[in-house]
Write a protein that binds this ligand. Structure first.
Ligand SMILES: NC(=O)c1ccc[n+]([C@@H]2O[C@H](COP(=O)([O-])OP(=O)(O)OC[C@H]3O[C@@H](n4cnc5c(N)ncnc54)[C@H](O)[C@@H]3O)[C@@H](O)[C@H]2O)c1
Ligand SMILES: O=P(O)(O)OC[C@H](O)CO
Length: 333
């Protein structure tokens, strides 16, 4: 049906489909619910996720994955991390041979502790050179409003990353390429957990010093995990590391930061979950898988540890500061 297919019509899937359509490409967006694809076709709007954003006429939408995937040379996966395996298993036989598979999800799978590109390889059996990852300071609504933004495309196959870069470069979206898939994915997954901690700090009434402390030490523990997994340390000072961390930890648009702020103000996890209205705050689940991954590799991640305890063990966010500040003193690096 189109040269590019985006599977998942949430905030980011819809926005990334718009980015590629605005880059002059034919894009089909698959939505789980027929009502969403019909509304996009009829009204050029995905009102639930991006109210007020007009979608380009060249962006088509369907709820039939067979129709969506027919003839695509690039398939973009835009469903939440913990549902990727299940969804991809259903789509696997429909994937066109040789298509580039692009992951937008930022998380680490519970149980397997795999990054999203590893899940893609696991399910489809494709060579890892065919899998690309997009990450960076990319709050969907700002990009949908065409605010200037940069991003990173990571793929072990540099030529494939450049080809994808050409497909999604336009007047408001500037993607860079890298080959460090591990660093890109670890940066994207960990920043959600650090954003939860920043949200908690904000909800508790703490100011800029606390936020800067969490962002900087959050970056340090993310980079430690990345190094243990074989990432390039420089990736963490780039858009998929520091860039995404700063955007997510500072913006009220971030679902993770917002979720954390609700906890900091005294809401329960269930209340914060209900307030999210089905939109995914990936860090709530990934704090557990990242913590386990860190333990497996002997990496210390104290902020992730505390976030996990708040989200899953009933730890009171008001105790968070004492817990982190009261740790044994040590050199900065
Ligand atoms: N929203 C952003 O600003 C943004 C930016 C960059 C990356 N991301 C990442 O992109 C991924 C997708 O995020 P999003 O913002 O589009 O999420 P979202 O919550 O807005 O929507 C997710 C989409 O997946 C569908 N979905 C939800 N659960 C599903 C399931 N179990 N099976 C099949 N489909 C399901 C929803 O119907 C929706 O279409 C996440 O990993 C997120 O971290 C989001
Ligand atoms: O809304 P969040 O917290 O899922 O963050 C969105 C993007 O990942 C920011 O880059």
């Amino acid at each position: 049906m189109a040269e590019i297919t985006v599977l998942g019509a949430g905030s980011w899937g819809t926005t990334f489909a718009k980015v590629m359509a605005d880059s002059g490409r034919e894009v089909t967006l698959w939505a789980r619910r027929g009502s969403v694809s019909e509304a996009i076709e009829r009204h050029r709007e995905n009102a639930e996720y991006l109210p007020g954003v007009r979608l380009p006429d060249t962006l088509r939408s369907t709820s039939d994955p067979r129709v969506a995937l027919d003839g695509a040379h690039t398939v973009v996966l835009a469903v939440p991390s913990q549902s990727l395996r299940h969804n991809l298993a259903a789509w696997s036989s429909l994937l066109p041979p040789d298509a580039t598979l692009v992951s937008l999800a930022k998380g680490v799978e519970l149980g397997t502790l795999k990054r999203m590109s590893e899940v893609v390889v696991d399910i489809t059996g494709v060579d890892e050179d065919r899998v690309a990852v997009v990450s960076g300071p990319n709050l969907a609504l700002e990009i949908a409003q065409e605010q200037p933004t940069a991003s990173v495309i990571a793929c072990r196959d540099h030529d494939r990353a450049v080809a994808l870069q050409e497909l999604c470069t336009n007047s408001y979206f500037r993607p860079y390429t890298i080959t460090d898939v591990i660093g890109c994915e670890i940066g994207g997954a960990c920043k959600n957990v650090i954003a939860l901690s920043c949200g908690m700090a904000t909800g508790l009434g703490f100011g800029a010093n606390t936020l800067a402390t969490l962002i900087t030490r959050g970056l340090a523990e993310t980079a430690r995990l990345g190094a243990a997994l074989g990432a390039d340390p420089l990736t963490f000072s780039g858009l998929a590391g520091l860039g995404d961390l700063v955007a997510t930890c500072s913006s009220p648009l971030s679902r993770n930061r917002t979720f954390g702020a609700r906890l900091g103000k005294g809401e329960t996890v269930a209340q914060a979950q209900a307030a999210a209205q089905g939109q995914v705050a990936e860090g709530v689940k990934s704090c557990s898988s990242i913590r386990e991954l860190a333990q497996r590799h002997g990496v210390e991640m104290p902020i992730t540890e505390v976030v996990h305890r708040v989200c899953h063990d009933g730890f009171d966010p008001r105790e968070m500061a004492g817990e982190l500040i009261g740790r044994k003193t040590k050199p900065e690096r």
